[in-house]
Design a protein around this ligand. Structure first.
Ligand SMILES: Cc1ncc(COP(=O)(O)O)c(C=O)c1O
Length: 471
C-alpha cells in the first residue's frame, strides 16, 4: 500500500504544481478518487494526508480536502513596451561560465545551473547500457559514427516523435552533441553575422551565448509566465524589424516553465511562415511535463521548422546526445555538423538507442516526471515558508526550475556573488536577457539533493535578501 499512496500523492502534487488543481479547489471526494484510480479508500486518505503534510492541501470543516492557497504572489505577465523592443548585439555572457563552473563543485549547494542531481538520473541503467554497447559492438564503438549519426538511434528518436504526433523520418534527423550544438548549427545554417533573431524574454542563457558567438543581434520578445512568447509583441516586432529567425521553447520553457497553448503554436507557425522567418524550436523539456498529456510540437505543424532537442534534461546531460531536424535546411546543417566536429561520440549514441529501445527511457520518464513535480512543489513550499513577503514565484507546468522576482531593490547578480561566497549557487536574472533585464529576478533549480543542507542554504539566501545591501 505504501507505494500506491505515494504514487497517487506524487501524481496529485504534479497536477497541483501544473495548475490542474488550483488554490481553493475542492479535491475529488475520497470515494470518487478511490473508484477512479481503483485504489482502496485508506490508500486515497493516506495520499491526501501526505499532500497535507507537504502543505499542498488543507481539510476544511469536514467538507473535504482543498488545495491550499499560496501566500506568495504569482509573477505577473511583463508589460509590453514596443519602444524598448529593438535588436541589439549580445555581450558579457562569459559571466555565465562562473555559474557553470560552480555546478561541478561538490562544496557548493547547487541551486543555480539546471543540472539534475544524481538521484534524478538513472545512473545504473546508463552504466549497463554503456557497458553492453562497448562489449557487444567493440569495433564500431572505437570508430567514428559520422554525421548524420547512428541509424538505430535516429530510428528510436523518430519513433518517439511519431508518438508525439510529429512524423519525422530517421533520415531527416542528425545526431548532435546536445541541444546546445543543435541550436548553434540551426542558427549558423540560416543566418549571417548582423542578422536579427527574435527570442523569448527571459530565455535560456546558452542561446544568448550562441547569438553572441555568431555575431547576431537579439530581439527580445516578452514572454508571459502563463503562455510564453507574446504573439502580439512578436507581430509588432516583425512589422518593424528585419527578423531572420525566431527561436522558441514552446513546451516548459527555461526559465519560466510554461507552455504555449495549441492555438498560439498554430498562430506562431502561420505568422512566421507568411513572413519567411525561419522558426527554430527548442524541444529539450517537452518530455518533462507534470500532466500525462504530451504537449504538441511546432515541427508537427510545419516540416520546415528546425527542431532541436536532446536527452540532457530527461536522461543524462553527461552523455551529450541531442538531435536536429532541419527540413529544407538539412543538407547545410549536416555539412556544418561535419565541419564542426566530424561526429558525435559513438558509444553514447548507441547507449541512448539501447535505453530507448529497451523501454528503460520511458520507465525512467514516468518516475522522473513525478519526481520533478514533487521537487518543484517541495521547493515552492520551502520558499513560501522562508523567503521574504513580496517574493513572487512562477508555477512551472514541467521541467524543474523556478523563476522568482525578489522584493525590494535587489541586484541579483550581486546577490549571486554574495551567495557564492556563502557556498550557494543561484542563477541571477540578467543572464536570461540580452539587455540584462530582470535585475531583481533569480532562477533556482529544484532538481537538487534535498535535505537539511539545502534548507539551510534557502535560509541563508532569505537572510541575504532580507538584509540586502550591495557589496
Ligand atoms: C532550453 C535549453 N536549451 C538547450 C539547452 C542545452 O542542452 P544540452 O545540454 O543538451 O546541450 C539547455 C540546457 O540547460 C536548455 O535549458
Amino acid at each position: 500500500m505504501d507505494l500506491l499512496y505515494r504514487k497517487l500523492a506524487d501524481e496529485l502534487a504534479g497536477l497541483i504544481a501544473s495548475g490542474g488543481f488550483q488554490a481553493g479547489d475542492r479535491m475529488p471526494g475520497v470515494r470518487q478518487q478511490a473508484q477512479q484510480h481503483q485504489l482502496s479508500i485508506a490508500t486515497v486518505i493516506s495520499a491526501y494526508r501526505q499532500l497535507e503534510d507537504w502543505g499542498l492541501l488543507e481539510v476544511r470543516n469536514r467538507s473535504g480536502f482543498y488545495v491550499k492557497p499560496r501566500p506568495l504572489a504569482q509573477i505577473q505577465a511583463p508589460r509590453v513596451h514596443v519602444t524598448t523592443m529593438r535588436p541589439a548585439p549580445v555581450s558579457g555572457q562569459d559571466m555565465v561560465l562562473q555559474l557553470v563552473k560552480a555546478a561541478n563543485d561538490p562544496n557548493i549547494v547547487q541551486l543555480g545551473a539546471a543540472v539534475p542531481a544524481s538521484e534524478f538520473l538513472p545512473t545504473r541503467a546508463i552504466e549497463q547500457a554503456l557497458t553492453k554497447v562497448a562489449r557487444q559492438q567493440r569495433v564500431r564503438s572505437a570508430n567514428y559514427e559520422f554525421s548524420p549519426g547512428a541509424p538505430e538511434l535516429r530510428r528510436q528518436i523518430s519513433r518517439r516523435l511519431a508518438e508525439a504526433r510529429c512524423a519525422i523520418h530517421p533520415d531527416e534527423l542528425i545526431i548532435t552533441n546536445g541541444c546546445q550544438e543543435a541550436l548553434t548549427l540551426a542558427l549558423r545554417a540560416v543566418t549571417q553575422p548582423g542578422d536579427v533573431v527574435a527570442i523569448e524574454s527571459p530565455t535560456f542563457y546558452g542561446l544568448l551565448q550562441v547569438i553572441e558567438s555568431l555575431g547576431l543581434e537579439a530581439l527580445e520578445i516578452p514572454a508571459t509566465p502563463q503562455t510564453g512568447m507574446s504573439l502580439e509583441a512578436l507581430e509588432l516586432a516583425l512589422s518593424r524589424w528585419p527578423v531572420k529567425a525566431c527561436v522558441v521553447t514552446p513546451n516548459f520553457s527555461n526559465p519560466l516553465g510554461c507552455s504555449m497553448p495549441d492555438a498560439n503554436k498554430q498562430r506562431l507557425v502561420s505568422m512566421l511562415k507568411a513572413r519567411g522567418v525561419v522558426l527554430i524550436e527548442d524541444d529539450i523539456y517537452s518530455d518533462l511535463g507534470f500532466s500525462q498529456t504530451r504537449p504538441s510540437l511546432l515541427k508537427a505543424l510545419d516540416e520546415n521548422v528546425i527542431l532541436c532537442s536532446s536527452i540532457s534534461k530527461s536522461l543524462s546531460p553527461g552523455l551529450r546526445v541531442g538531435w536536429i531536424a532541419g527540413g529544407i535546411h538539412q543538407p547545410r546543417i549536416e555539412y556544418l555538423k561535419y565541419v564542426l566536429n566530424l561526429a558525435t561520440a559513438t558509444v553514447p549514441q548507441l547507449a541512448v538507442a539501447e535505453l530507448l529501445e529497451s523501454g528503460q527511457y520511458e520507465r525512467h520518464l514516468r518516475r522522473v516526471r513525478s519526481d520533478y513535480a514533487q521537487a518543484v512543489s517541495r521547493m515552492t513550499k520551502a520558499l513560501i515558508e522562508t523567503f521574504p513577503e513580496g517574493t513572487k514565484i512562477s508555477q512551472p507546468q514541467g521541467g524543474f526550475v523556478i523563476w522568482l522576482e525578489l522584493p525590494g531593490n535587489i541586484d541579483s547578480f550581486d546577490l549571486a556573488k554574495q551567495a557564492l561566497a556563502a557556498g550557494i549557487s543561484i542563477a541571477p536574472g540578467p543572464i536570461f536577457s540580452a539587455s540584462k533585464k530582470y535585475s531583481s529576478f533569480v532562477r533556482l533549480s529544484c532538481a537538487c539533493e534535498w535535505g537539511s543542507r539545502v534548507e539551510r542554504a534557502l535560509a541563508t539566501l532569505a537572510g541575504l535578501i532580507q538584509g540586502y545591501s550591495p557589496r
